[in-house]
Design a protein around this ligand. Structure first.
Ligand SMILES: *Cc1c(COP(=O)(O)O)cnc(C)c1O
Ligand code: SF4
Length: 345
């Protein structure tokens, strides 16, 4: 299986004049740097939200306390390239390459390393595992970015999965619409739509990523009947403000993408400088619910260390006293609600 050949993806770009210093070279020796020309063109100035997501930072090397794989993905991997944590879902890591290596990536231990995509032999073993586990109904292609594979390789993976009767839905997790929108061609959409029901979760983190180009990529996918969801990571000094998050979530609906998850940062080594508190995440959730379209409100989730799974958390908005509930409205008013299942005599 081969990667898509992109002429416009370079390690560093021409548009934004990035001169690496020796500290940044140390960082890139450990955690590869890759920035597509398109994504680099979104940088307006040093230190802005796009810059912070893709430029190496020495603080990546100063984070000694966290673990490279806190979610125990390696130990939940029964065969290479497959993560099986929940009984009915499995994640297939088909690629180790992305158009941009996000500095906060939860698979920092993997992306860019070795670089080769999953080979046919590994794919075969993973498909055999899925075929032997009828409980698996939902397979998520991830990596790395699955859409970095070329169309022939994607066809091989998708037709292999569709040949397994108990695989009901296929999901693709991809940042390509955000970081390499020109990869979303009519040919790619024609290919993908042969494998419905197929869902794509993409990964916008900032309203500046919603552009004509990314909007066009999402329109092509949506017109191919693909439901688009979005997973955002809550990142310090990138999107940890109410105003930014409201603009992002409502902006996504404009390009036909439905917010799905807002992720609390995983405790992954090399990413500590992006961490925000859960308290500030809950403040953002409080500022969304009821204030913007309900379609724009994602679930705020913590993926628990040890592979215990994702837990959705909500701001405190309910106290109970017997069958009386005290609920907090979006304007802050406390309202009493009686929890009864039969009418009083
Ligand atoms: C997030 C995740 C899934 C999918 O979870 P959903 O809540 O269904 O989106 C499946 N497997 C693993 C290992 C995951 O991390
Ligand atoms: S696109 Fe996704 S997998 Fe790739 S580096 Fe960014 S967060 Fe990680």
């Amino acid at each position: 299986m081969h990667y898509f050949k992109s002429s416009s993806t370079t390690i560093y770009n021409n548009n934004y004049n990035y001169k690496s210093n020796s500290n940044q070279n140390l960082v890139s020796a450990r955690y590869p740097v890759r920035i597509s020309n398109y994504y680099a063109s979104l940088i307006q100035q040093h230190g802005d939200a796009i810059w912070r997501q893709c430029m190496p930072d020495v603080r990546e090397l100063e984070d000694e306390h966290q673990c490279p794989d806190p979610l125990h993905e390696n130990s939940l991997s029964p065969v290479p390239g497959l993560i099986h944590r929940y009984p009915d879902r499995a994640v297939l890591l088909v690629s180790r390459r992305c158009p941009v290596y996000c500095r906060f990536c939860m698979r920092k231990r993997l992306v860019g390393s070795g670089d080769a995509p999953m080979d046919r032999h590994e794919l075969q073993r993973a498909l055999e595992y899925i075929a032997a586990h009828p409980a698996i109904h939902d397979v998520i292609l991830s990596g790395g970015d699955p859409l970095m594979l070329d169309d022939a390789a994607l066809h091989t993976v998708l037709s292999g999965l569709r040949a397994i009767p108990h695989v009901t839905i296929i999901r693709i997790g991809s940042r390509v619409p955000v970081t390499l929108p020109e990869r979303v061609t009519p040919q790619l959409c024609n290919l993908l739509q042969q494998f419905h029901p197929l869902y794509i979760n993409t990964h916008f983190n900032h309203p500046a990523e919603i552009t004509d180009e990314s909007g066009q990529a999402c329109a092509l996918l949506a017109n191919a009947g693909i439901q688009l969801g979005n997973q955002t990571v809550l990142l310090r000094d990138v999107n940890d403000s109410i105003e930014t998050m409201r603009a992002l979530m409502t902006g996504l609906l404009r390009i036909r993408v439905r917010p799905y998850y807002l992720h609390q940062m995983d405790l992954v080594q090399g990413t500590a400088h992006f961490r925000t508190s859960v308290r500030s995440g809950l403040e953002i959730m409080r500022a969304l619910r009821g204030h913007v379209s309900g379609l724009a409100v994602p679930h705020y989730v913590i993926d628990l260390p040890g592979g215990k799974g994702k837990v959705a958390i909500l701001p405190d908005q309910m106290e109970r006293d017997g069958d009386l509930l005290y609920l907090r409205t979006y304007t802050g008013e406390r309202v009493t609600y009686r929890d009864i299942t039969t009418l009083p005599e």
